[in-house]
Ligand binder design. Sequence first.
Ligand SMILES: [Zn+2]
Length: 93
Amino acid sequence: MNERIGNCEGPDCEKALQNLYLFIDQEIDSASSSEIQAHIDECSDCLGEFDLERVVKSLVSRSCSEVAPEPLRQKVLVSIRTVQVHISETKTH
Ligand SMILES: [Zn+2]
């Protein structure tokens, strides 16, 4: 029974998600960074969140070198969420 669906829970997940943006921006010290990396390797929920943010960030920065357009970001987020929901629905059956 180690199947978990939905949002991350527990102190490790909380910590990882709190530092997610710093981690992606590489604005975190290397000790914390490797802690988060280790957690993401083990936790699919956090990995999902990490991938989502990283994908959005890279898409936004690639498509526009100036200020990230909010409508684009929302659009990307929605489409990725839809895929994620689809994946987790598939997993539960
Ligand atoms: Zn986690």
